[in-house]
Design a protein around this ligand. Structure first.
Ligand SMILES: Nc1ncnc2c1ncn2[C@@H]1O[C@H](COP(=O)(O)OP(=O)(O)OP(=O)(O)O)[C@@H](O)[C@H]1O
Length: 226
């Protein structure tokens, strides 16, 4: 078998607030294989965002190791960590964070250009991705000219633009009504499955979670398979 898309081993995360120690993650072991789409479903405050931030190299665990595509990524300097994040990980947040002054296709092209692609090639890939989520007609629209569901589909394309090894999504449709959420989620799942990408997706929506390959939950700071 090829290397694991994501391997979290013995991850702990303690927040210290004055005299209080908040042990949010108490020894997380979780692997996601290439092509596997895993749902992370847990009550509010259980540590889903904390876990995704650590897997996405946006936060440093108190203990344990993070590997992506077989590469150990704990303890790197900031520049190496930023480059690893750019090359290996796509992130979709609850709110799209698209740049308002750029069009949909430019928003998807920019991270590719930051990684060294030429403008023409980057825009070509952006249009290809927009086509896959049914937004070819919206390529030149700015975020404010798109619906919430369309904005979130653009955010999915942007996360996939650099052909990451791993897609991480934190409540990617949490901000949308159920029908739009279903449509955006369907588009995301289709494009993820079409690329054979691994994904770890936090959601409160059990119906959406059931469409993934595996559901894991967090209980007392540890992973349980639901
Ligand atoms: N920077 C921080 N400092 C102190 N405590 C924090 C910090 N970040 C998170 N926490 C605490 O860690 C716990 C887990 O938070 P987290 O955001 O990971 O939960 P979550 O499962 O994503 O919740 P939700 O579903 O509501 O988004 C919470 O009790 C939160 O208050």
């Amino acid at each position: 078998m090829s290397e694991r898309a994501l391997a979290l081993e013995g991850i702990t995360r303690v927040f210290v607030q004055g005299p209080r120690r908040i042990e949010v993650l108490r020894g997380i072991d979780l692997a996601v294989e290439p092509g596997e789409v895993v749902a992370l479903v847990a009550p509010s405050g259980a540590g889903k965002s904390t876990l995704l931030q650590i897997a996405g190299l946006l936060d440093t665990p108190t203990g344990g190791t993070v590997s992506i595509g077989g590469r150990a990524l704990t303890g790197l300097d900031d520049a190496t960590r930023t480059a690893a994040r750019r090359d290996l990980i796509g992130f979709v947040y609850q709110f799209h964070h698209l740049l308002p002054e750029f069009s949909a296709e430019e928003n998807i092209a920019l991270p590719q250009m930051a990684a060294g692609a030429g403008r023409g090639a980057a825009l070509g890939r952006a249009r290809e991705l927009l086509g896959r989520v049914g937004l070819s007609e919206r390529a030149r629209h700015r975020p404010a000219e798109l619906s919430g569901g369309e904005q979130q589909r653009v955010a999915v394309c942007r996360a996939l633009a650099n052909r990451p090894r791993l897609l991480l999504a934190d409540e990617p449709t949490g901000n949308l009504d159920p029908e739009t959420s279903e449509r955006v989620f369907g588009a995301m799942l289709e494009v993820v499955r079409g690329t054979g990408l691994a994904a770890l997706i936090a959601t409160h929506n059990h119906a959406l979670a059931a469409r993934m390959d595996r559901v894991v939950t967090l209980d007392q700071g540890r992973v349980r398979t639901a």
